[in-house]
Design a protein around this ligand. Structure first.
Ligand code: NAP
Length: 360
């Protein structure tokens, strides 16, 4: 009998979490059991939990009533297959639960991977339902697995934001102001924007992370959240990765009518969010949802056209992160619980990232 281990989180109180052991499910015809090897954990996963109900992130990997399995990105191996064309031992990259096992119903099986067609996932964004075979993935490099798990979904988003801003000619602005500048999503965007002519990138971060963020060399200027009155003048775009209502208000009030666009991307400061007041100066903040942009660009270029463009930008980006991002590996339930709680409470060193496994 195969045992399965899952991290469950109380949907109403993200600080309450526990490990649960159970019997692993047996795949029926048309199903496969994946063995989750390892996965990355960053603030992005905390946001999945934070918006678990509002944006259906809990629905990918159902759990017992009131509890959720927070999605992570990682690698898995096909442990048992009752699907024609899907071989046991095949390795895949994709959206996984923080668990040892995942039962899937593979459809569109090819040498490139498959789509999980389990009924409960049918209405969820397609970008999260694909599993890519490592053997056929143009981005995959065995020596870079850690960085792929940790950074690929974030870089993907950053690339899409850069592409979105580029298509809009940066809304005519010369400044792009990014909050939570020390986050991987923000620094990847700054890295991409720094390759564009005529755009100055300003990072906003907490006091303790100013020198780290300056050291990345991707921002033209870095200010702490206490220095917002020193924001440079000019026509600006705001990319909000913190979700912090006070920071958003200060940026909007500073630029007023010179703020050309305000994009809501993340919520790292999940305990400092708030409604957008009616009298907020400048444009209304608009939510940037990466899967929507994936769908739009895939319709235009085809999925391969989009993936190819991102793959080209990915390799130099990953080499750059090797200068400043150290990856730490942790194993077992207690390590997963403490890493999750550290991320939730903001006990984060932006120079370190975590790869975890629940396997023995
Ligand atoms: N819209 C989309 O489609 C999309 C796609 C991908 C990612 N995102 C979002 O982008 C955000 C960044 O994710 P990431 O994985 O890149 O983050 P990360 O690298 O783990 O970010 C770490 C940074 O986030 C801030 N932070 C995190 N938790 C905090 C807390 N509890 N209190 C205060 N500050 C905290 C700190 O930055 P500072 O001190 O600099 O503030 C910290 O250095 C997430 O909210 C994620 O969901 C959105």
């Amino acid at each position: 009998m195969r045992r399965s281990l899952d991290l469950l989180i109380d949907k109403d109180d993200l600080r309450r979490c526990r490990l649960v052991e159970s019997e692993a499910p047996d795949p029926s015809d048309g199903q496969a059991l994946l063995s989750v090897e390892h996965f990355g954990l960053t603030s992005n996963n905390i946001t999945y939990a934070q918006f678990g109900r509002a944006m259906s992130y809990w629905d990918f990997f159902p759990a017992e009533e009131g509890w959720g399995r927070m999605p992570v990105w990682g690698f898995a191996e096909v442990a048992e297959s009752r699907v024609p064309g899907l071989q046991e031992g095949e390795r895949l990259y994709g959206y996984l639960p923080p668990s040892t096992e995942l039962l899937v119903a593979p459809a569109h099986v090819s040498e490139r991977g498959f789509v999980d067609a389990s009924p409960h996932r049918a209405g969820l964004p397609a970008a999260y339902n694909g599993y890519t075979s490592t053997a056929a993935d143009p981005v995959y490099e065995a020596s870079k697995e850690d960085r792929q798990m940790l950074l690929r979904p974030l870089f993907f988003t950053s690339w899409l934001i850069d592409d979105f801003l580029g298509e809009a000619e940066v809304f005519g602005a010369e400044l792009v102001v990014i909050s939570s500048a020390s986050s991987r999503t923000a620094s990847a965007l700054a890295h991409l924007l720094s390759l564009r002519d005529g755009v100055q990138v300003v990072g906003l971060t907490s006091g303790r992370s100013v020198s780290f963020t300056e050291g990345l060399g991707a921002y033209h200027a870095v200010l702490s959240y206490e220095e917002l009155e020193d924001l440079p003048e000019g026509r600006a775009v705001y990319v909000d990765i913190s979700g912090d209502a006070a920071v958003r208000s200060a940026v909007h009030r500073h630029y007023g009518q010179s703020l050309e666009h305000s994009s809501v991307v993340g919520a790292t400061h999940h305990d400092r969010m708030g409604e957008v007041p009616e009298d907020l100066p400048g444009p209304r903040p608009t939510f940037f949802f990466a899967p929507d942009r994936v769908a739009a660009r895939s319709a235009e270029w085809g999925r391969d056209g989009l993936e190819g463009r991102i793959a080209e930008a990915w390799h130099p980006y990953v080499s750059w992160t090797e200068d400043w991002l150290r990856v730490e590996h942790e194993r077992g339930g207690p390590a997963l619980l403490s890493t999750y709680l550290d991320l939730l409470e903001g006990r984060i060193d932006p120079a370190r990232a975590h790869v975890l496994t629940l396997q023995d």
